[in-house]
Design a protein around this ligand. Structure first.
Ligand code: 5AD
Length: 346
């Protein structure tokens, strides 16, 4: 196992069979040694900087019915909301005042936000906050929409591939969605010139070591600027409500392995990691992550944006400079910086 990790660190890649073996025998890995190696690679490219993003959840309407997700169209227990342009700009203001220089507009696939409406919102943010990077996380759209958003001033896009395997993808999503369509969107986004982020859920139902191996190989080939991964967390009002959630340990392992495979990629320590354990996001950083997303959605709406159970913890994520997580990371030698935090994986 130690030889395999060394090979990954030196060559930044492994063969499919090696990945499978590694995931099957993950209990053999010396985690502390692996995390220290991952931290060293993060440091080489980003020093001890932690980049912060202001996350704006602007709509929880969604036309999709993914089996795992709390805001799936079939969940009639969610009260649905949309933020107005004014409200979105207020969130951007909050985020700006907190020192963050990236906003992430995240939402369900909501037809109300047409290409034209979204372009207006992006342009309004661009005008008011010229030095802030705008990231979109709004799912699958036609290529011409992606092109229009890019021209309007959005420079980054997050779209997790969720799982590479078409058959595993089909077990997590209804028939109208496919792994192929998802991956096509990612190729489009990269071609247009976005800094693109992909990723998957760790411990999603039916996930096998082979699925994980394929996710890693796909990410290596896609070579994105960002990779967002987090544990699957069962949401009670979904078909997967009774499924076993992913673990903090497996997520940390994947973060560290991704860092060795793509040393310059931006890796967030996600809110879902923080939802499973109070110190989950700190542990993510100590496994090689270097980005934090802070929720700047107004609290009334935030509670209705529940992709998974236990997201109430998100309430702890406040904006003040003495935010406990920031403080703890600073004590460990990290610097929470007020920068756009562009990817070096270009
Ligand atoms: N648990 C963890 N992550 C989830 N997501 C959606 N539902 C869940 C869940 N139950 C993730 C998906 C999506 C991202 C925005 O949130 O990977 O891409």
């Amino acid at each position: 196992m130690r030889n395999l990790i060394r090979k990954l660190d030196e060559k930044s890649t492994l063969e499919k069979e090696e990945w499978i073996w590694l995931f099957e025998h993950r209990d053999l890995i010396d985690r502390e040694e692996l995390f220290a190696l991952a931290r060293a690679r993060t440091y080489e490219h980003y020093e001890h900087k932690i980049f912060v993003r202001g996350l704006i959840e602007f709509t929880n309407y969604c036309r999709n019915n993914c089996y795992y997700c709390g805001i799936r169209s079939g969940n009639q227990l969610v009260s649905r909301f949309r933020l107005t342009t004014e409200e979105i700009l207020d969130c951007c203001q909050l985020s700006y005042e907190a020192g963050f220089r990236t906003v992430v507009l995240q939402g369900g696939e909501d037809a109300f936000f047409t290409k034209e409406r979204l372009c207006e919102i992006i342009e309004a943010i661009r005008r008011k906050f010229p030095e802030v990077a705008i990231t979109l996380s709004i799912g699958e759209r036609p290529r011409e929409d992606y092109e229009a958003f890019f021209l309007a001033g959005a420079e980054r896009f997050l779209l997790r591939h969720e799982t590479y395997s078409p058959s595993h993808y089909a077990r997590l999503h209804p028939e109208n969605l496919s792994a192929k369509a998802r991956q096509k969107c990612l190729t489009d986004l990269k071609e247009i010139g976005y800094q693109a982020g992909s990723g998957f859920m760790v411990g999603s139902p039916y996930q096998t070591p082979e699925n994980l191996a394929e996710d890693f190989l796909y990410l290596k080939e896609l070579d994105p600027q960002m990779i967002g991964i987090g544990p699957f967390i069962a949401h009670k009002d979904t078909p997967f409500g009774a499924m076993t959630s992913g673990t903090v340990a497996d997520t940390l392992l994947c973060i560290a392995l991704l860092r060795l495979m793509l040393p310059k990629v931006l890796l967030p320590s996600t809110t879902s990691l923080g939802a499973l354990a109070l110190d989950g996001r700190k542990k993510g950083v100590l496994a090689g992550a270097n980005v934090l997303m802070q929720n700047v959605t107004p609290s009334a709406q935030r509670l209705n944006y529940t992709l998974y159970n236990n997201k109430e913890r998100a309430k702890d994520i406040d904006l003040s400079p003495d935010n406990p997580l920031f403080k703890e990371l600073e004590q460990l030698g990290y610097a929470i910086v007020s920068e756009r935090g562009d990817s070096k994986n270009v």
